[in-house]
Structures are given as structure tokens and as C-alpha cells.
Write a protein that binds this ligand. Structure first.
Ligand SMILES: Nc1ncnc2c1ncn2[C@@H]1O[C@H](COP(=O)(O)OP(=O)(O)OP(=O)(O)O)[C@@H](O)[C@H]1O
Ligand SMILES: [Mg+2]
Length: 234
């Protein structure tokens, strides 16, 4: 479904991604793990069309995205749940979900999509009139994921959903991701949290200073001493 080939991203003279290739097949959950500054956000933002590539290609469903702007990529089926969640804190849960559904070509799909989100995250239904900024951290992250789902993506990209959350809440997010995958969703998960990523993904790319250093199934990867040492302590 997604094929990132030799992607290079530069911020001025600074090389943030140095030829990164990542593939995500239909129905897979693929992880990208890396420490602070490894380039995870740069990668997912480039896939979503939020940062330009210096070179390389992003191919989605057989089509090279080239200079397609972010809103167009969203319409084509790519939704990014950004690092830091990207909520509208002074709007209600329901209004946030409507913002997430904004790219939909037909307004009448808003209600059934919201219904589906409430099915996956019942707490959002209970709190649908509450301001997003007053939710707990875990509930805010669930709302951010639900906002991404409102646009009916074929590829859901999550940038560090575990950020700032307690382990038990991170576990809950992981369970919802598994449910989503069971429903057929394709997911790319960028994370520092190796536990979460190892629990839910089929394959993982390990990013170090802008390059893919390792790539394998989690059960193989975390047996490698050099990977275990860097990530399993976090
Ligand atoms: N807008 C920018 N301008 C200049 N440098 C940037 C910019 N955004 C990111 N960088 C740099 O690019 C590198 C990769 O950053 P990126 O945010 O992609 O990493 P990350 O893996 O998402 O890190 P984190 O875990 O902290 O979110 C870092 O060295 C960062 O300082
Ligand atoms: Mg990041």
C-alpha cells in the first residue's frame, strides 16, 4: 500500500533523513522506532505531505505522491495523527471529530463514522459534549486517533501516541490498535516506546540518525543485543 523509497529530508544544511526506505503492506501494522531526533516525525510528516522531500519517492497505492499537498493526500486515504495530538482543546469532542471528518466528500458520512469511533472508544461517546482540553491524556490520544479515523483513511499513521501517557493507558491504546487492525486498517506507528511497538506490529524499522539500521519482525529484533540495549530499557 505504501512504498517509501530512498527518502532524503533536509532542514537547510541539516540532513534529517538520509535515504530511508519503508514499505507497508495492506492490513499490516508496521512500526518505526527510534530515539529522540532519529527522524521518525520527519518521515511520517513527509509521507503526509507536511515536509518536502529533497529526493526519493513516496508511492501510495501505486501512485507516486510527488508534490501532492497534505490535504490531497488526506483525501487519497492517508491520515496522520500528529505528535502532540493536534486537537482543538476549546472545542468539544464531537466538534473535534467533525474537524477530523472535514475532508469527507459527503457530509452524510459524518454521523456513521462518528458512530464507529464511539464504538471503538466508548469513553468518547460519554464525553462527546466535553471540551477536548479537559480530557485526560489517554482520552485526548484516543480522540486524536478517532479524528484520524473520521476521514475514512486506508492508511492510518500515528506519531508517538504513547507520549506522556502512563503504561496502563499505553497498553489500552495498543489494544485499540489491534482492534483496528482486526477491522482491516493498515497502520504505520512511529514510536519511542518499544513495548507498545513490539506488542502490536508485524514488522519494525529501527531508525538511527536518519537511517534505517535494522528491519525485522519484533520477536527477532528484540533478541538482537544491540537493539535490546538501546530500546528495551525505555
Ligand atoms: N523544522 C526543523 N528544522 C530544523 N531541524 C529540524 C526540524 N524538525 C526536525 N529537525 C531535526 O531533525 C532531526 C529529526 O527530527 P524528528 O523530529 O524527525 O525526530 P523524531 O525521531 O521524531 O524525534 P522525537 O522522538 O523527539 O519526536 C532532529 O535532529 C531535529 O532536531
Ligand atoms: Mg517525533
Amino acid at each position: 500500500m505504501l512504498d517509501v523509497e530512498a527518502l532524503v529530508i533536509k532542514y537547510g544544511p541539516f540532513l534529517a533523513l538520509d535515504g530511508v526506505s519503508v514499505k507497508v503492506g495492506e492490513g499490516e501494522i508496521v512500526g518505526v522506532i527510534g530515539a529522540n531526533g532519529a527522524g521518525k516525525s520527519s518521515l511520517v510528516r513527509a509521507i503526509a505531505g507536511l515536509v518536502p522531500a529533497a529526493s526519493g519517492r513516496v508511492v501510495f497505492k501505486g501512485q507516486e505522491l510527488g508534490a501532492e499537498p497534505a490535504y490531497q493526500r488526506n483525501r487519497m486515504g492517508i491520515a496522520l495523527v500528529p505528535e502532540g495530538r493536534g486537537l482543538f482543546p476549546r472545542m468539544s469532542v464531537e466538534e473535534n471529530l467533525m474537524m477530523g471528518g472535514y475532508p469527507l466528500p459527503e457530509r452524510q458520512r459524518m454521523a456513521p463514522n462518528m458512530h464507529r469511533c464511539f464504538g471503538l472508544f466508548p469513553v468518547l461517546r460519554e464525553r462527546r459534549h466535553q471540551l477536548a482540553g479537559t480530557l485526560s491524556g489517554g482520552q485526548q490520544q484516543m480522540l486524536a486517533v478517532a479524528m484520524g479515523l473520521m476521514s475514512e483513511p486506508q492508511l492510518l499513521i500515528l506519531d508517538e501516541p504513547s507520549l506522556g501517557l502512563a503504561p496502563i493507558v499505553i497498553g489500552e491504546i495498543g489494544e485499540r490498535l489491534k482492534l483496528l487492525r482486526a477491522s482491516g486498517m493498515t497502520i504505520l506507528l512511529a514510536e519511542q516506546n518499544a513495548n507498545l511497538t513490539g506488542n502490536v506490529t508485524d514488522r519494525i524499522y529501527v531508525l538511527q540518525t536518519g537511517r534505517v539500521r535494522y528491519h525485522d519482525r519484533p520477536e527477532v529484533l528484540f533478541k538482537m543485543p544491540e537493539v535490546a540495549e538501546s530500546f528495551l530499557s525505555i
